[in-house]
Design a protein around this ligand. Structure first.
Ligand code: NAP
Length: 247
């Protein structure tokens, strides 16, 4: 699979799954716009790795839940790279606690960063993709958006929302030559999951038929396929990358 000549935007690519996707795209030949909110050093490290492969990359600070920052970010990418072929809506956060203890601000923040960001970023790139009559949009949801998870009412609601959003946008943009799909990771080793208590991790591991946690690269492999022309006849789908955790 090659992405020669393509320009990709990956939100939340300073670390974890987003960084792995950005590196996989660059390895396949793409130029990549890296986005971060707080971790400037992480984002710059990914840029350096991509440049070392001989490809163009640049880091952009933007809180993807903020409309003005998203507009500025996407305008800057269009200015610097000239076009956008691939958008990966990956940025996400958790603020876990049981429903009865969940603060309204924890609900709002998780919905804004995990779901509203998809609306803002997708809308911002859609015009350019419609004009060029091609594009690939990949939204990162989660298996818990399909099955629920105690302590994650905010996160699971946002991730389930991502699935509805993906299907609607796939229907709206399909006739314009744009494919929109979602990836639902299971338990992937990253900063997001490393702070979970050992007991929770052990329980999760016992529910994974393949007997191991996922790596960010496991998700990146599918994201590469979905960004390539090998997936041109696939849209509106949700693909689990979870070692068989949910089936
Ligand atoms: P991670 O290691 O915590 O990385 C999260 C990324 O999102 C970071 O680059 C972070 O940037 C960025 N981000 C957070 N808030 C942002 C904001 N407001 N604006 C822009 N960027 C922001 O998490 P991960 O595990 O790689 O998760 C990536 C995606 O996969 C998320 O959508 C997550 O929900 C989903 N997912 C993960 C798992 C898992 O097991 N790890 C499972 C299912 C789904 P800064 O650090 O620079 O702020």
């Amino acid at each position: 699979m090659n992405l020669n000549g393509k320009v990709a935007v990956v939100t939340g690519s300073s670390k974890g799954i987003g960084a792995a996707i950005a590196l996989a795209y660059a390895k396949a030949g793409a130029e990549v716009a890296i986005n971060y909110n707080r971790d400037k050093a992480g984002a710059e490290e990914i840029v350096r790795k991509i440049q070392a492969m001989g490809h163009k990359a640049k880091a952009y600070q933007a809180d993807v839940s903020n409309p003005d920052q998203v507009k500025e970010f996407i305008d800057a990418v269009m200015n610097d790279f000239g076009k956008i072929d691939i958008l990966v809506n990956n940025a996400g956060i958790t603020r876990d606690t049981l429903l009865v203890r969940m603060k309204e601000e924890d609900w709002d923040r998780v919905m804004d960063v995990n779901l509203k960001s998809m609306f803002l970023c997708t809308k911002a790139v859609a015009k350019a993709m419609i004009k060029q009559r091609s594009g690939k949009i990949i939204n990162i949801t989660s298996v818990v958006g399909l099955i629920g998870n105690p302590g994650q009412a905010n996160y699971t609601a946002a991730k389930a929302g991502v699935i509805g959003f993906t299907k609607t946008v796939a229907k709206e943009l399909g006739p314009r030559g744009i494919q929109v799909n979602a990836i639902a990771p299971g338990f992937i080793i990253s900063q997001m999951t490393e702070s979970l208590p050992e007991k929770v991790k052990e329980k999760m591991l016992s529910s994974i038929p393949l007997g191991r946690f996922g790596k960010p690269e496991d998700v990146a492999d599918l994201a590469l396929f979905l960004a390539s022309d090998k997936s041109d006849y696939i849209t509106g789908q949700v693909f689990n990358v979870d070692g068989g955790m949910v089936m």
